[in-house]
Design a protein around this ligand. Structure first.
Ligand SMILES: Nc1ncnc2c1ncn2[C@@H]1O[C@H](COP(=O)(O)OP(=O)(O)OP(=O)(O)O)[C@@H](O)[C@H]1O
Length: 291
């Protein structure tokens, strides 16, 4: 059996912040004959990227990201276009990328999946104004929420709900002018999500048909509407039918240019400021995964 030289990077700030328990479970359940590993905790934001870079420079076969979508972003961005593969042991608040890739979210099950059934496969990643993301990027309301969420000490679903309830009623829509490969669209809306994966996390699927191996991005704009109507659209997020909502428009393509006055944005849930025009493009099959 092949043994993979593996770096395990644990983000102690993800999800329920139980890094010690993750490390104990890995020690107990991960197959040591299959994975020759060293394990390291990140010490600060951005540190997981630095650790992943070292793993690439030292020709590791595999980096296992232990965390949520922010960790997957920091590590995946560095592993893109390299021969070092990424695996995910989900420990985040939402775990959108892991869920989209059908990685078990129960930690022990995810370890067993690596031991017995994972295979090497390539997935697409994407760029927003030349900054990489793996699952989702967003501009507008969800950009604002990621900025708010980032200020909270406690994470998890309750943190998201707290941030949403604080801003939902007073948030004002703005115009999005979209240029795609073969069409143009102008629409007033609350947010634009650029989806490589299907969901924000916690199975809230904004682009239920998105597939990380199809070479395409889904651009979803949530249109201006009375807030009460939007609440029913939120229910669709959890019913895999958001693309059928009359409050949303979805375009598929490899490239989009988006002009807007919104500047709060996020990449895989990590807050950024985005300068308009925002250009997004897919990088097909750019990240080797063990999934
Ligand atoms: N040692 C550390 N101390 C503080 N922050 C860290 C550390 N290591 C990484 N981070 C930051 O922790 C943040 C949260 O990570 P992550 O997104 O994985 O968890 P989450 O937000 O709980 O999960 P999800 O994105 O799935 O909802 C990221 O912004 C990352 O940069």
């Amino acid at each position: 059996m092949t043994t993979f030289i593996t770096k395990i990077i644990v983000n102690p700030n993800s999800g329920h912040k139980d890094a010690l328990q993750s490390e104990r479970d890995i020690d107990r359940y991960l197959d040591k004959s299959r994975f020759k590993y060293d394990i390291v905790e990140s010490k600060y934001r951005g540190h997981t990227s630095e650790l992943a870079k070292e793993a690439v420079e030292n020709n590791y076969d595999l980096v296992i990201a232990v965390g949520g979508d922010g960790t997957v972003n920091e590590i995946g961005s560095v592993l893109t276009d390299t021969e070092t593969a990424m695996a995910i042991l989900p420990k985040g608040s939402g775990n959108g990328v892991a869920r989209c890739l059908q990685i078990p979210v129960k930690f022990k099950k995810a370890i067993e999946h690596l031991n017995y059934s994972a295979t090497f496969q390539r997935i697409d990643t994407a760029l927003l104004n030349n900054r990489p993301f793996i699952g989702l990027a967003g501009i507008g309301f969800d950009g604002l929420i990621s900025h708010e969420f980032d200020r909270y000490a406690s994470r998890g679903l309750t943190g998201y709900l707290r941030a949403v309830s604080k801003h939902f009623l007073k948030f004002k829509p703005a115009k999005f002018k979209v240029t795609a490969e073969d069409e143009q669209l102008e629409v007033k809306g609350f947010l634009a999500v650029i989806a490589n994966s299907d969901q924000f996390g916690n199975n809230a699927r904004i682009a239920p048909k998105a597939n990380m191996q199809d070479g395409l991005l889904n651009l979803v704009i949530v249109k201006d509407a009375p807030k009460i109507t939007l609440l029913t659209a939120v229910l669709r997020l959890f019913g895999k039918s958001f693309d059928k909502s009359k409050n949303a428009v979805t375009l598929k393509g490899q490239y989009f240019k988006i002009e807007t006055t919104f500047h709060h944005a996020h990449l895989d849930g990590e807050p950024i400021e985005a300068e308009s025009p925002v250009e997004v493009k897919i990088k097909p099959s750019s990240l080797k995964m063990f999934v």
